[in-house]
Design a protein around this ligand. Structure first.
Ligand code: ADP
Length: 458
């Protein structure tokens, strides 16, 4: 059952129960009131008759019968019987003995003084009438034709009101539920229209205040994140193929030129060396791409070992300087780092070395003096490595995207690079719950800080 039907049913049941209870109460109170009022009228009429008979000397039985016969204040089908203390009938308008009165009843009336009961359609009342010298039992009965008619009318009215109300409530409940759910149906319809090719579409957020608007807003935020990651992925593929194509085109070009004419061994060797360089570059690039793919989903953690960060720094420094002797790298350890456990982190040696080498190479590569200072600090629960250079810096507008794959700052056209290194760094450091921060200003230099969390079992 859908929500609209369920709401309508709930509404229907609630109102039906309330109406039913209200109708029942009205009916029961009315029936009660009718009965009380009728017995009171019957008693006062019978009392008057008994008074005339017993207390007024001038009125005898015959005269009273005459009076009673056409009495306009008599109740419908009224019967009055008066018994003396011998249980003998003193006076009776019940000529055909419709009302059955026996000695038990008379004794009960004498005992309880007032007895009410029903005999078929008749409502019968028995009470004790105290005369001047004696006590009499008066039994009066009548049919409350008007009262019952009124009650029947009330029943019909209540039934009609109940039925009409239920129909109105069902229809209005259905409309109301439909209206209340309209925004949700709208959201569902709009969401239905969004496909992978139309991730730029958004759901209408309506008044922006109610729960549906919040739902739409949350959904829109999710769409935005999806769209961004979809664009990043699309760009990633385009950028990756572009980066791979460039060296491949260079290799093809060089080989084609070499094959155009026959050449000297020296020329062939030169071409082969250049091609080898390009292939090495290509290899490094594809390795980085693979690493980026593996680290970006947070799954590859490599083998976890205890690593001395200072040793890794020195090793990486050596390797870099061997590759490019123009690089100057200074490593400065905080004097608080007297304890070697404070310099130990948990991680995969190759991955951590990749981080250090990417960052160290950047520092040297993007500075004219190819000089980088590294400070190792131990703060609170973090072991932080601060890489500081006085190079070209990164323009402010590029800083927020600098960790995106293939993103390169505008001022680096003349320096070789693919824009993957920093995203690999970020991916690997995040694997070990570390943080990467970058501060830079153009012409002044760049400071990149990497912090690894304190090892729990230190
Ligand atoms: P690559 O160096 O191969 O271009 P990276 O991902 O390592 O790729 O760096 C991305 C970009 O960040 C670089 O292109 C450069 O614009 C900027 N960058 C990174 N480190 C530095 C630095 N130390 N000084 C200036 N710019 C830097």
């Amino acid at each position: 059952m859908n929500i609209r039907n369920r709401l309508t049913l709930l509404f229907f049941v609630l109102v039906a129960v309330i109406l039913l209870m209200a109708s029942l109460l009205i009916y029961v109170f009315s029936a009660d009131y009718r009965e009380d009022e009728f017995y009171n009228r019957l008693q006062s009429k019978a009392n008057n008759t008994a008074k005339l008979l017993i207390d007024v000397d001038e009125v005898d039985i015959d005269l009273l019968r005459k009076i009673e016969k056409d009495n306009p204040v008599s109740l419908p089908d009224e019967r009055i019987i008066v018994y003396d203390f011998h249980n003998e009938t003193l006076f009776s308008t019940d000529e055909d003995s419709t009302i059955h009165v026996d000695t038990d009843l008379l004794n009960r009336i004498r005992l309880e003084e007032n007895v009410r009961y029903r005999q078929g359609e008749y409502e019968v009342l028995g009470f004790l009438f105290k005369g001047r010298y004696d006590r009499f039992v008066v039994v009066a009965a009548a049919i409350d034709i008007y009262g019952f008619n009124k009650l029947r009318n009330l029943r019909v009215i209540l039934l009609i009101v109940f039925s009409i109300s239920i129909i109105v409530v069902s229809v209005s409940g259905w409309v109301f539920a439909g209206n209340a759910l309209k925004p949700i149906s709208k959201v569902v319809r709009q969401v239905d229209e969004i496909s992978i090719t139309s991730l730029n579409l958004r759901v209408d957020e309506g008044n922006g205040k109610d729960e549906i608007a919040q739902l739409a807003h949350t959904f829109n935020s999710m769409l935005k994140r999806l769209e961004t990651s979809f664009i990043i992925q699309k760009n990633f593929i385009a950028n990756a193929s572009h980066e791979l194509r460039t060296p491949l085109t260079a290799i093809t070009g060089q080989l084609e030129v070499a094959l155009l004419n026959s050449r000297s061994n020296e020329d062939y060797e030169k071409t082969l060396r250049s091609v080898l360089d390009d292939i090495k570059n290509l290899n490094a690039l594809s390795n980085r791409l693979l690493l980026l793919a593996q680290t970006s989903d947070g799954e590859k953690k490599g083998s976890v070992a205890l690593l001395r960060i200072d040793e890794l720094l020195w090793q990486t420094r050596e390797e870099l300087i061997k590759r490019d002797p123009a690089y100057h790298i200074r490593i400065d350890l905080d004097e608080n780092l007297d304890d070697e456990t404070k310099l130990t982190i948990e991680g995969d040696e190759q991955l951590i070395k990749t981080v250090l080498s990417n960052v160290m190479e950047n520092g040297c590569k993007y500075s004219e003096d190819h000089t980088l200072e590294i400070q190792v600090n131990y703060a609170d629960t973090w072991l932080c490595l601060i890489f500081k250079d006085h190079g070209i810096g990164i323009p402010e507008k590029d800083l927020e995207n600098i960790f995106q794959p293939f993103y390169r700052a505008g001022n680096t056209q003349h320096i070789k690079g693919h824009g993957i290194g920093l995203s690999v760094v970020k991916g690997i450091v995040s694997l070990y719950n570390g943080t990467v921060d970058i501060n830079s200003s153009v012409g002044q230099g760049t400071t990149l800080t990497i912090c690894f969390p304190f090892r729990q079992n230190n």
